[in-house]
Design a protein around this ligand. Sequence first.
Ligand code: FA5
Length: 344
Amino acid sequence: MEEELISIKNSAIPLILDAKEEKELEELKLQFLGRNGKLTLALKKITKVPPEKRKEFGMLANEVKEALEEAILNQAKTLKGSVKEKIREKIDVTNPGIKPPLGHLHLVTQAIDEITDIFEKIGFERVRYPEVEWDWYSFEALNFPKNHPARDDWETFFIKEEVHPKYGPMILTPHTSSGQIREMQRRKPPIRMLNIAKTYRRQSDISHVPMFHQFEGLVIDKDIAITHLKGTLDYFVKSFFGENRKSRIRPYHFQFTEPSFEVDVSCGVCNGKGCKVCKSGWLELGGAGMVHPNVLKAGGIDPQEYTGFAFGFGPERCMMMKEGLELDDLRLIYSNKLEFLEQF
Ligand code: FA5
């Protein structure tokens, strides 16, 4: 029986040293040391060895087992080394490496950064308020009575949550105007707020995305008038779109501003004369107006003492107008298509 152990050792070692691949080595390991391997089966025969010889048999068995394991380990190291050597032979280490491709900021992030810089220069402070908001901040405090039909224009996503006795249902902010009230609650005038945030509406078509951004400006101080609003809009339009561009305000209706306006920027192609791109000479930017006295009251500010203006635009649309982009589908902006994104 001892001879059997020695013969296993003598046959296994040359095979191990001859193995050319790791797989072959694995197979040899199984063949000799596996559960039904030759050595394992031979060891089981220890019960047949006379008791006085068992110790000696055991020692020899261990010796053979260790020898095989060590040979396998060494051969594995040798094989790894030779693989590395082969790779080294193929690679010319003096060649310059391949640079991993570098990404860049998304075009909407670029627009947001630029807009922030423009407004910070004239003292606006960028703030952020919750994306998941109470109905009260988005509607009621903004002078929309409960069940007012104008609420339908902000096609709102509702969160399945308990309705708050004062603040009503929980929603995803459909516009950044909710930040007006939060800002008034946070500090006393003078206020110059720039609230840029994600906004959500149940809209998805070629000119609407369900998640977009808005930037909301709010200025509250003593004697703030429409001229301040118009001056701010002109400053923004010239800084963002170019020195030769103009802004225009048209009468409109929002619940939370009085008077309210729609804001346009003169077309960059025809400079306000009217062309194929714009038709009227103007492109629509967003909404604006003088803060409604009821909104000031809801924010804890005395409308007898203070007045203010607000505006809310979409950076996605601003970016498209600036770049002169005529996207067939606005949803492309958030499609993660590299061919599109790499252009900006
Ligand atoms: C508002 O949301 C008002 N809160 C704006 C405002 C603020 C008025 C302060 C007065 C004072 P409106 O629903 O028009 O207004 O949205 C403003 C801008 O958001 C639009 O001009 C557009 O640029 C952008 N916008 C609205 N819905 C979408 C949408 N689904 N996808 C992409 N952009 C959108």
